[in-house]
Design a protein around this ligand. Structure first.
Ligand code: PGA
Length: 246
């Protein structure tokens, strides 16, 4: 089986402060883990992070345009220049609140890759879709929209499965529920590229914390986590980073 290096990614959303930047940087510099650690703070804090090998930095969103009259937008090149090596695209909050659809998500992912950023492409079903047993159908549609036209993205992206009903709600998917979807995703993308389907990291997001992460990370197709609320507390986030060791 292909060894996939676990990725533990913090999504600070519109939270954080210069004090948290310093405290998180210090805390992460003091732990030893073979996992890859990533912080995605609001973009204004990127440059304030001391350059350390203990963690990488990422954006939470990127423009689908390169440059020009796009007030308020930030390009992939700018993120890269500010120290980012990853960017989250298609987070459910962007999809729900800012109209990011699959076509936009694909455009953003392609921009990211062209600036040498690794896109973390997020998908997930709503509670209604899960109750109607449409989870796999919905996930397959999202995957097809990105990877059918651009299977080369499999080698240069990370997939985040984030059931919308589990984000910020305190309600986590059970490890079995999450594993079932992760396995489905891996099998589905194997249609595009068998080799890359084994290599691509599929991380889970939705109310991950230091208590529930052990059982999630024990599942064979869960390659890490995208952590929201729990990533704003240094002790909690470092505990998750340490738990995910293989
Ligand atoms: P949560 O957020 O951990 O607070 O549920 C996860 C995310 O939205 O990426």
């Amino acid at each position: 089986m292909t060894q996939r290096r676990p990725l533990i990614a913090a999504n600070w959303k519109m939270n954080g402060s210069c004090e948290l930047v310093q405290a998180m940087s210090d805390a992460l510099s003091q732990i030893k883990t073979s996992n890859e650690i990533l912080i995605c703070p609001p973009v204004i804090f990127l440059a304030g992070f001391p350059k350390k090998s203990a963690y990488k930095l990422g954006g939470q969103n990127v423009s689908n345009e390169n440059s020009g009259a796009f007030t308020g937008e930030i390009s992939a090149d700018m993120l890269s220049a500010a120290g980012a090596s990853y960017v989250i695209v298609g987070h459910s909050e962007r999809r729900a609140l800012y109209g990011d659809n699959d076509a936009m998500v694909l455009a953003k992912a392609l921009r990211a890759v062209s600036a040498n950023l690794t896109p973390i492409i997020c998908f997930g079903e709503t509670l209604a879709e899960r109750q109607q047993e449409k989870t796999f159908e919905v996930i397959a549609q999202h995957l097809d929209a990105v990877y059918a036209a651009h299977p080369e993205l499999l080698a240069t992206s990370v997939i985040a499965y984030e059931p919308i009903w589990a984000i910020g709600t305190g309600e986590t998917a059970t490890p079995e529920q999450a594993q079932a979807v992760h396995e489905f995703i891996r099998q589905h993308v194997a249609k595009y590229d068998v080799v890359e389907s084994e290599k691509i990291r599929i991380i889970y997001g939705g109310s991950v914390n230091s208590e529930n992460c052990t059982a999630l990370f024990a599942k064979p197709d869960i390659d890490g986590a995208l952590v929201g609320g729990a990533s704003l507390k240094t002790a909690e986030f470092t505990a998750i980073c340490l738990t995910a060791q293989d």
